[in-house]
Ligand binder design. Structure first.
Ligand SMILES: [Zn+2]
Length: 144
């Protein structure tokens, strides 16, 4: 899934950029600079910049056009409905999810990590930076 999606992002980045000769500071749409004959070309993303390769373009697209998954919020809403909203502890009533987080933050974090792993295994979310940032697969698929 991840390598397929990287391929797709590379295609998107490639399609949005043009070959660019930095020495002559002009586009080279044919892949060879018409001024100097060089084929050692950068990629220009109009209005953004010029640089070698496509990774910077991909990073730009992810940063500007997608919203990373808010894992805390999404996990919490996935837990809603699994338990009663309120739990009686002695003579007080508390919000159940709040109580779990407060009473056993470690268990909460482990459950959250398991949820993240299963979301990733089922191809609903995807990370390109070893789990620092996740994107929704449907958001990635909608890029063009
Ligand atoms: Zn040139």
């Amino acid at each position: 899934m991840k390598s397929e999606m990287m391929k797709k992002l590379e295609q998107v980045a490639f399609g949005r950029t043009k070959p660019f000769c930095y020495g002559c500071y002009r586009q080279a749409p044919t892949g060879v600079c018409l001024s100097c004959g060089s084929d050692d070309l950068m990629r220009e993303l109009p209005g953004v910049g010029v640089e070698y390769g496509l990774n910077w373009v991909i990073e730009h697209i992810l940063r500007e056009e997608l919203t990373p998954v808010d894992l805390d919020t999404e996990f919490e809403s996935s837990m809603e409905g699994c338990y009663a909203d309120e739990t009686q502890i002695g003579f007080i009533k508390v919000n159940t999810l709040w109580a779990i987080q407060k009473l056993d933050p470690t268990a909460w974090d482990m459950a959250k990590q398991e949820w993240i792993d299963s979301e990733e295994q089922e191809d609903r979310i995807l990370s390109f930076d070893n789990g620092s940032t996740y994107y929704k697969v449907e958001d990635l698929e909608s890029l063009e």
